[in-house]
Design a protein around this ligand. Structure first.
Ligand SMILES: Nc1ncnc2c1ncn2[C@@H]1O[C@H](COP(=O)(O)OP(=O)(O)OP(=O)(O)O)[C@@H](O)[C@H]1O
Ligand SMILES: [Mg+2]
Length: 235
């Protein structure tokens, strides 16, 4: 039987026929400010609150204190969930300024240990672009990144890997080797900006093929709307 990992995000599970498949690695990509970090954190908060699934967030661009402040307007009990060890927000050894260089195995072991400590069933990597810097001594960055993503997919966690979207072959490689790909957009339409979300692929799931309108709302977070939005010509 299919084992589902609901995101708990209004409107999103419906277009995915219930949610992600458990233990899969999903790529969430978009340009700056499209809502990637918000979406992924909401996935962790909902997992802890509604599904009894603990979660680890590996943050490479911000620390726990900033994150708690940043999501204040969403009214999520993030601090309480962290205090209760249901969510763990981690940086790399060495901190944000001076993260320790690691090879793939060292990084995977570090993530595995952190997940084991709170029996995490959900994992977020924010972001793959920053992971590239950790492997800066690599002789074959592409191969190391592929191996890293493959090993993340083998952990006993449903994982979201966040990435800045570029028109380059690294973005394509990420999309190729992950089980699912979700694109977020924040586009100018006349004098407005519109947010949209599209499931590009989700192996084993009968998902919507529409581009859905999306909103980020105070007190709530991400909301995905059932209707289609026409963004042709904008991207
Ligand atoms: N309370 C709120 N109500 C509405 N929108 C909000 C609220 N808080 C944040 N936002 C929107 O969410 C955006 C930030 O989203 P987020 O940080 O998740 O994006 P991101 O894709 O992770 O960005 P980056 O590329 O910088 O990492 C803000 O720029 C703002 O437009
Ligand atoms: Mg972000």
């Amino acid at each position: 039987m299919r084992s589902i990992c609901p995101t708990g995000i209004d409107g999103f599970d419906q277009i995915l026929d219930g949610g992600f498949l458990k233990n899969r690695a999903i790529l969430l990509q978009g340009t700056a400010g499209t809502g990637k970090s918000t979406f992924a954190l909401q996935f962790l908060v909902n997992g802890a609150l509604k599904n009894d699934e603990n979660g680890v967030l590996l943050a490479l661009e911000y620390d726990k204190a900033d994150l708690i402040l940043d999501v204040n307007s969403f009214s999520w009990p993030l601090k309480e969930l962290i205090d209760q060890k249901k969510i763990k927000v981690i940086n790399l050894p060495g901190g944000l300024e001076n993260p320790k260089e690691m090879d793939v195995d060292q990084l995977i072991n570090y993530i595995y240990e952190q997940c084991t400590e709170i029996n995490a069933k959900r994992l977020v990597i924010d972001s793959l672009n920053s992971i590239e810097l950790i492997f800066s001594k690599s002789n074959n960055l592409r191969q190391d990144l592929m191996r890293f993503i493959t090993l993340i997919g083998e952990l006993d966690c449903t994982s979201m890997l966040l990435a800045e979207k570029y028109q380059n072959d690294k973005s394509e490689m990420y999309a190729f080797i992950t089980h699912g790909v979700v694109n977020l957009y924040n586009l100018r339409m006349g004098s407005n900006r519109v947010r949209a979300l599209e499931v590009i692929k989700m192996r084993g799931v009968n998902h919507s093929s529409l581009t859905h309108s999306m909103a980020i709302e105070s007190g709530k977070g991400i909301v995905v709307l059932p209707h289609e939005i026409d963004i042709s010509g904008l991207i």
